[in-house]
Design a protein around this ligand. Structure first.
Ligand SMILES: *Cc1c(COP(=O)(O)O)cnc(C)c1O
Length: 399
């Protein structure tokens, strides 16, 4: 079953108030009603198409949410002020005090810190497992387990989660499978593969401009409605709402996501192959040598490539740091965390985006201190970029 998320977005008919080709921006926090009855009904979630207050719904956020739901093939979506808000709200909506989650050990650092350090406050426990070990996932399930949590492509080693198999385990035990698809929008459609809830940091590829922080939750209508229920919905009550001005600009960027993903992917593939040729230790799921290559082939949608992230092992953090500073000086890109930007970004994972993960856990998951993660940009001349990086490696006598 192959799905075309780009076509799903293209088919949407969203217009502005006066026939504008872009939906109008509604910069209002509150909304008027013609009568008291409609206001009461809207409060109780009974009136369709009416807006009450922008922490609940705003028309501009609704346009973006609808486009994201189309992209994922879910009934509904809801946009948040950050990726962490999407992740934490969806988890808190699914888990009560006394509940348990099974989570991949290689999640985004902030997610790991939330699961490990913050959830115990609410007496919610987590068992961390290797996301590629299906038996370990199933064995970790307890009677009070509510969620299996994973990332489609894990940071920074780019391992691939077997979403259909995880969904089978989740369904067998009556728990929800929640997937963070931040690294692979369009490339993989987790809901279509059986996941129940899909979350995003839109800060990354979806927006692609590094000009804001934002997130999204895509799921069933029932789940989204529960999330924003005025009496006990996690998002309605914690309030991490995205500003409608920002929703509007993200929606326009979403419409070029398919083209950007293709270019990120083909540039990353080029570098991964060239780096392999000169003997570097490369992690890229597009390479046959990568552990997740076959699996990704099986679950991915055609035409978007294998993603824009690659990791290379410089063995020591000293060498990694020297290379990154030199690459920045020579214009390869920027020494910065984050990803999915039009310019190449690089960082030393152990000391940055995975620094919330304790060193012994980092070692256990095979994270070398010299690992440099690249989020490959939209470079028009990737051969030139490669030659520049190669000259840096030579100057440092690494090759
Ligand atoms: C960045 C990121 C997050 C957190 O998103 P924010 O928008 O920074 O809150 C979560 N998951 C992954 C995989 C990320 O890369």
């Amino acid at each position: 079953m192959k799905f075309d998320p780009a076509k799903a977005i293209q088919r949407l008919e969203q217009f502005g108030e006066f026939g504008g080709v872009n939906p109008s921006i509604t910069d209002s926090s509150t909304f008027t009603f013609l009568g008291t009855e409609t206001m009461e009904g809207t409060f109780h979630g009974e009136t369709q198409g009416c807006f009450l207050y922008s922490r609940h719904w705003n028309p501009t956020n609704k346009y973006l949410s609808d486009a994201l739901a189309a992209m994922e093939g879910t009934e509904a979506g809801w946009v948040t002020a950050s990726g962490m808000a999407a992740i934490t709200n969806a988890i808190l909506q699914l888990c009560n005090s006394g509940d348990h989650l099974v989570s991949s050990v290689t999640t985004y650092g902030g997610t790991f810190a939330f699961l490990k350090n913050y959830l115990p406050k609410f007496n919610i426990s987590v068992t961390f497992v290797d996301p590629t070990d299906l038996e370990a996932i199933e064995n970790a399930i307890q009677p009070n387990t509510k969620v299996i949590y994973t990332e489609t492509m894990t940071n920074p080693l780019l391992q691939i989660s077997d979403i259909p198999a995880m969904a089978d385990i989740a369904n067998k035990h009556g728990v929800k499978l929640m997937v963070d698809n931040t690294f692979t929008p369009m490339i993989v459609a987790p809901f279509k593969l059986g996941a129940h809830i899909v979350v995003y940091s839109m800060t990354k590829f979806i927006n692609g401009k590094n000009d804001c922080v934002a997130g999204a939750i895509c799921a069933s209508q029932e789940f989204i409605e529960a999330l924003i229920d005025v009496n006990n919905g996690t998002s309605m009550l914690l309030g991490p709402v995205l500003d409608p001005m920002r929703s509007s600009s993200i929606l326009k960027n979403l419409n070029t996501l398919h083209i950007r993903m293709k270019q990120h992917s083909s540039n990353a593939m080029y570098l991964a192959e060239k780096f392999t040729e000169i003997g570097l230790k490369v992690s890229y799921p597009g390479l046959k040598s990568h552990r997740g290559h076959e699996l990704l082939n099986k679950i991915m949608n055609p035409k978007f490539g294998y993603g824009g992230l690659i990791a290379i092992d410089l063995k020591t953090s000293v060498m990694a740091n020297k290379l990154m500073e030199m690459m920045q000086d020579k214009g390869v890109g920027y020494l910065a965390v984050s990803l999915g930007y039009f310019r190449t970004l690089f960082s030393n994972s152990g000391k940055s985006t995975s620094s919330e993960v304790p060193e012994d856990v980092q070692k256990g998951m095979g994270l070398s201190e010299g690992l440099v993660r690249f989020s490959v940009g939209l470079d028009n001349d990737i051969e030139d970029t490669y030659q520049t990086i190669k000259s840096c490696l030579k100057e440092l006598k690494f090759i």
